[in-house]
Design a protein around this ligand. Structure first.
Ligand SMILES: [Zn+2]
Length: 342
């Protein structure tokens, strides 16, 4: 047994001499001092020896254990002091790994701008469902079943057109919120409704099946086209940060009477004519008009008691103008290089 102890001590000594890393040392510690090591087993077996033998071997084994312990500690200290500066150095001034951050979509930025401008002049921001009943999307907006205007919009139907207003659609415009809001509010009120809308359309550089609109709706006594022109001029001037003129052209939308398309003076040339506005000096923006009395009646008001104006624009179109983006499909491309530019 004495032999065995001496052999273990020699082995450890040899291994320590050749070890070069802290991992080596840890391996030696586990192998020679661990619970399952030869030395531990030997110490456990002492109880089977005679009293005499115990007196002789016991202290020897314990000393060996202590020796190995202190030799390992010493070697460890030595290695820690003399670490290899060539391979184990740390450059504390090196830049860390970049943590990639996401960015706001230009649509979110534009929507926030719009909300800030409108809430500052007393508008409320309203909301409504994207999956909408046929009634609020069409009938309430003066487009009953078989109304030819329903053909103007290619609709995603969730539950097919039943003709009684009980079908379900992905809303084709934010106009679905007009009658919804009217039914629970009494004029006068001023709201904007920014939101996602859906059309069954083939996509190209200027068309998407999923896009965003923002609706403006003002209802009260004696609200006129002049009010609309004034709000539109103030909004676009604030949005583009320069003086913008507005003009309207007669048009037709079922939920307004009269209805108009409207244009703003070119944000690029200010109206002189350039390639952006195809030398006309004007840019088409969207549709607007005086709220049809049929819509106000659906909202629960007496015919001719109130008047109002409404408009609907594409948020994408505004963002494309503001940031000179040339393809609407980029908004949903998920390309982070696109989002980072704004
Ligand atoms: Zn121009």
């Amino acid at each position: 047994m004495k032999e065995k102890i001496r052999k273990i001590e020699n082995e450890v000594e040899k291994l320590l001499k050749n070890s070069k890393t802290l991992e080596d040392i840890e391996g030696i510690r586990i192998k020679y001092l661990g619970k399952k090591s030869e030395l531990s087993n030997l110490l456990k077996s002492l109880k089977n020896l005679t009293q005499e033998e115990k007196k002789e071997i016991g202290p020897l084994a314990n000393n060996a254990r202590k020796n190995i312990h202190s030799k390992i500690d010493k070697k460890k200290e030595l290695l820690e002091e003399n670490f290899d500066a060539e391979t184990e150095w740390i450059d504390v001034s090196a830049p860390g790994n970049e943590i990639k951050k996401g960015s706001l979509s230009p649509l979110s930025i534009v929507q926030q701008d719009i909300e800030n401008i409108f809430t500052a002049i007393g508008f409320e921001v309203a909301d409504g469902p994207e999956i909408e009943s046929e009634y609020f999307n069409f009938d309430g907006a003066n487009m009953p079943a078989n109304h030819p205007a329903r053909d103007m919009q290619d609709t995603f139907w969730i539950k097919t057109d039943s003709g009684d207003g009980n079908g379900q659609v992905l809303r084709t415009h934010t106009t679905n919120c007009q009658v919804r809001y009217m039914q629970t509010h009494t004029p006068p009120f001023r709201i904007i409704v920014p939101g996602r809308v859906f059309r069954q359309e083939a996509t190209d550089a200027s068309h998407e099946h999923t896009f965003h609109q923002f609706e403006a709706l003002v209802v009260g006594k004696n609200v006129s086209v002049a009010n609309f022109l004034s709000v539109a001029k103030s909004f676009f001037s604030a949005f583009f940060g320069k003086d913008i003129s507005v003009r309207v052209r007669p048009s037709y939308f079922p939920f307004v009477e009269p209805g108009f398309e409207f244009d703003i003076s070119c944000t690029n040339c200010g109206g002189k004519g350039c390639s952006t506005c195809q030398q006309t000096g004007w840019l088409e923006i969207g549709g607007a008009g005086m709220v049809h009395q049929n819509v106000l009646v659906e909202g629960g008001y007496k015919r001719d008691e109130y008047t109002g104006f409404a408009w609907g624009f594409g948020l994408e179109r505004l963002a494309m103008m503001k940031y000179k983006i040339n393809d609407i499909r980029l908004f949903h491309s998920g390309d982070t290089r696109f989002g980072k530019q704004f």
